[in-house]
Design a protein around this ligand. Structure first.
Ligand code: PMP
Length: 443
């Protein structure tokens, strides 16, 4: 009997034993193409020699020194590299061990920023529905996926939510995308005014929504308008790029393509590329200065923050992205993958939308393309897709959107940046085979 506590108690998972490029191999020798990089994590694939070596070297040199006593070379170098490429105004990096920790740190820093400036009224956080920011209680409170929230609601911190920018579902007939983007962003202003601007500490959103909606990109102009509204009311802008950051969308930071700089930025997943657990919260010079000029102490911290081995891995990953021009490769493969998916499934009666940015692509399943009506949630179509695709040797990341009827089930593709053209054919063929094996998707 296994003593590991799995996510699903009846799951009976295969044992992963090795990794080879874009593939994971189990103890029976079966090969799985990692079409979602786990959950948009494994951007360099599973056998990158440079990252492996960097980790080994760091363990040999120094495995751990508590960040309350020391800084370390890998932490300093990784912070320098991230800041050299960060959006304008971002000046500091606070290392943690993953995405939820990065979000927790961001929410607390936003609160402390206002306190340090003598403003103790600002504690309210505004977030968006259909979002995911992590599973710890603060991050879960910000998240807007009702299924994830519901069982824990009595424990959640009060925050309020606005609708996301989701043109496929919310753009009105006859409305231009530009007008829709402004209308969607203006929901934030309405919410700030409803709550009382003097009480709002921050607004948090994902520039490209991953886990809960399947690569839904904010329409052009949306984030710029959001930035303007935040500035007007003294509200900090937190961008959660835990999933969409670190090259996933074709630029190091997703918000680079929106021309917007946040006050606080969260990253994880692709930063360690799965080789080590690492995340980070980055903040602007303005936010940092409030702490520096105030108490001089950010009232937060974790034992493993700034872990030297994790930072050495992150440094090797981001260095590899630049040295091997992987961002350019993401852009090129993105076009190829998008074209292949559209040609294979663009007319599929049950696929309503194929969307995304970079190697971060979502397919939304609908019962009826015309009305965009989702499949009933009790069919758990996303789970069927995951299971059958897995049996067919393809890892993809499906999620139900139908719990509250807000969107259809979807499938997220986020393959490693090192995919070659033949892998694109493999993803599409295995998906087509999978759809053909699901009676509800037969046509
Ligand atoms: N924010 C976003 C946008 C995410 O996608 C995730 C993970 N899917 C998290 C936060 C939480 O990250 P972690 O699972 O590393 O705690």
């Amino acid at each position: 009997m296994s003593h590991v506590f799995p996510r699903h108690t009846k799951a009976n998972l295969p044992t992963a034993v090795s990794g080879e490029g874009c593939y994971i191999i189990d103890s029976n020798g079966k090969r799985y193409f990692d079409g979602s990089g786990g959950a948009a994590v494994s951007c360099l694939g599973h056998s990158d020699q440079t990252v492996r070596q960097a980790i080994k070297d760091q363990v040999d040199e120094l495995a751990f020194a508590h960040s309350g006593f020391f800084t370390s070379d890998p932490a300093e170098k990784l912070a320098d590299l991230l800041i050299a490429h960060a959006p304008e105004g971002i000046e500091r990096v606070y290392f943690v061990s993953g995405g939820s920790e990065a979000v927790e740190a961001a929410l607390k820093l936003a609160r402390q920023y206002h306190l340090e400036r003598g403003d103790d009224k600002r504690s309210h956080i505004i977030a968006r529905w259909q979002s995911y920011h992590g599973n710890t209680l603060g991050a879960l409170s910000a998240g807007g996926n009702r299924w994830r929230r519901k069982p824990f609601e009595p424990l959640l911190v009060p925050m309020t939510h606005i609708d996301p920018c989701y043109a496929y579902r919310y753009q009105a007939q006859g409305e231009s995308l530009e007008d829709y983007a402004i209308r969607a962003a203006d929901l934030l202003e309405a919410e700030i005014l409803r709550v009382g601007p003097e009480k709002v500490a921050a607004f948090i959103c994902e520039p490209v929504v991953g886990a809960t909606m399947g690569a839904v990109t904010a329409e052009p102009g949306y984030l710029k308008r959001i930035r303007k509204i935040c500035d007007q009311y003294g509200v900090l802008l937190i961008l959660d790029e835990v999933m969409c950051g670190m090259g996933r969308t074709g630029s190091l930071f997703a918000c680079d393509q929106d021309g917007v700089s946040p006050d606080i930025l969260c990253i994880a997943k692709g930063l360690g590329a799965g080789y080590q657990p690492i995340g980070a919260m980055l903040c602007s010079g303005k936010v940092y200065k409030a702490i520096e000029d105030g108490s001089g102490f950010f009232q937060h911290g974790h034992t493993y923050m700034g872990h030297p081995v994790a930072c050495a891995a992150g440094l090797a990953v981001i260095t590899a992205m630049f040295e091997r021009n992987l961002l350019g490769k993401v852009q090129k493969r993105s076009l190829q993958l998008m074209t292949a998916l559209t040609s294979a499934f663009g007319q599929h009666p049950y696929i309503g939308d194929i969307r995304g940015r970079g190697l971060f692509i979502g397919l939304e399943l609908v019962r009826d393309r015309e009305s965009k009506h989702p499949f009933p949630s009790d069919l758990a179509l996303h789970a069927k897709v995951k299971k059958i695709a897995f049996a067919n040797g393809l890892i993809c990341y499906p999620m139900s959107g139908t719990i509250d009827g807000q969107s259809g089930d979807h499938i997220l593709l986020a393959p490693p940046f090192i995919i070659e053209e033949e892998h694109i054919g493999e993803i599409v063929d295995k998906l087509a085979k999978t759809f053909a094996m699901i009676p509800e998707l037969e046509h």
